[in-house]
Design a protein around this ligand. Structure first.
Ligand code: 3HC
Length: 330
């Protein structure tokens, strides 16, 4: 169903007086801060846009396990390994909550997975960059999970009930993830010269890709206007990017590290940092499938899907047998 709907995404926001009565009543509920629940009437565009965003978000959580999974066997201590393992497992849980939220909109998890594997749905650009050293585990937790929280805390107030409720739990866990990343960075930044160098190198490589996580600049954002009118998004991409920079720069200073942006400076007039735009050509290249790790990430997901076929088949056979015996599914 979703695949046929994708092509008809509209970019403009229909004025209230051009809406039919049902659409207008829906918009008025959104404007009044009501939560929309799965059985409520909703415009096709609302459903389609939510499936796109929640599905992309779910895929990001699952693909996001890969760069960190790379370091579980190489964590420097037993404690670090246990923490990283717990974090990566949390991401699987986040994916699950989000796939479940998407399913309430009438799309199956299998269908979403198929579209990811066929390259018809996206996942976050950030996970197409490699994690080269242990310091990258610090930078990912600190910056990537930090950016995710900045984006996701407002989504706890998003208009679609199942999505908003999933975000509450996800945000609690993401806060722990961000703290563990910052903790690794503190250890590295206060360690030997070689460790400090690794921490700076990780910040150098992850800074701009983290800024890209918020999406293209507002003028190039296709979905923001309609998504904000429907409260599927609560802020624009540029607003959140600015908040992230303002929050993160003092943290880098505390670590004694340098943000790799020669144009970064505090602006007394705006009360915010001025900073350089990420390289948007690189961003669009990465989300078109040409980032450093796109092929590897998708191949890994395909392999995992194929390897899991016997489990899915077994569970379906088990469910069918129980059904034929008149035993309710649990
Ligand atoms: N990576 C990949 N694609 C991106 C992107 C990114 N960082 N930012 C934007 N895009 C894509 C959009 O999906 C859209 O393409 P599409 O029409 O084919 O779907 C296109 O670029 C234009 O961008 P828009 O600004 O119009 O898109 P959105 O309005 O959807 O805004 C968003 C992008 C801010 C990421 C928004 O979708 C959002 O808030 N999503 C929910 C949060 C989310 O998905 N986070 C993933 C982060 S990773 C994570 O949470 C894992 C954790 O463990 C770290």
């Amino acid at each position: 169903m979703y695949a046929q709907m994708v092509k008809s995404t509209g970019h403009g926001v229909k004025p209230l007086d051009e809406m039919d009565p049902q659409e207008r009543a829906f918009q008025e509920r959104i404007d009044a801060g009501d939560k929309i629940e799965p059985k409520d009437w909703m415009p096709d565009g609302y459903r389609k846009n939510l499936i796109r965003q929640i599905g992309q978000h779910a895929h990001s959580e699952i693909v996001g396990q890969l760069p960190e999974g790379n370091w579980i066997t190489r964590a420097p201590t037993l404690e670090r390994k246990a923490i990283l393992l717990a974090k990566v497992q949390d991401e699987a849980g986040h994916g699950l909550y989000l796939y479940c939220a998407a399913e309430t909109l009438g799309v199956s998890r299998d269908e979403l997975t198929r579209m990811l594997l066929d390259g018809k749905m996206k996942y976050s650009s950030i996970f197409n960059y490699p994690t080269l050293t242990w310091a990258d585990m610090g930078a990912v937790g600190w910056l990537v999970d930090g950016a995710a929280i900045m984006n996701q805390v407002p989504l706890q107030r998003t208009s679609y009930g199942p999505y908003a409720r999933a975000m509450v739990r996800i945000c609690k866990e993401e806060s722990f993830h961000q703290r563990q990343g910052f903790d690794i960075m503190m250890k590295m930044a206060n360690g030997t010269d070689a460790q400090k160098k690794m921490a700076q190198d990780a910040l150098n490589r992850f800074w701009f890709p983290s800024l890209m996580m918020f999406g293209p600049s507002d003028k190039d954002s296709v979905h923001s206007a309609q998504s904000m009118a429907w409260r599927i998004k609560m802020n624009t991409n540029d607003e959140l990017r600015q908040k992230f920079v303002d929050q993160t720069v003092p943290q880098a200073e505390y670590l004694g590290l340098t943000v790799p942006d020669p144009d970064l400076r505090w602006n007394d007039e705006t009360g915010q940092y001025d900073f350089s735009e990420p390289n948007w050509d690189e961003f669009f290249d990465v989300i078109s499938g040409n980032g450093p790790c796109n092929t590897e990430r998708l191949n890994t997901r395909k392999q995992a899907w194929d390897d899991g076929a016997w489990v899915r088949d077994g569970m379906l056979a088990h469910a069918a047998k129980r059904k034929s015996q008149g035993i309710a599914a649990q």
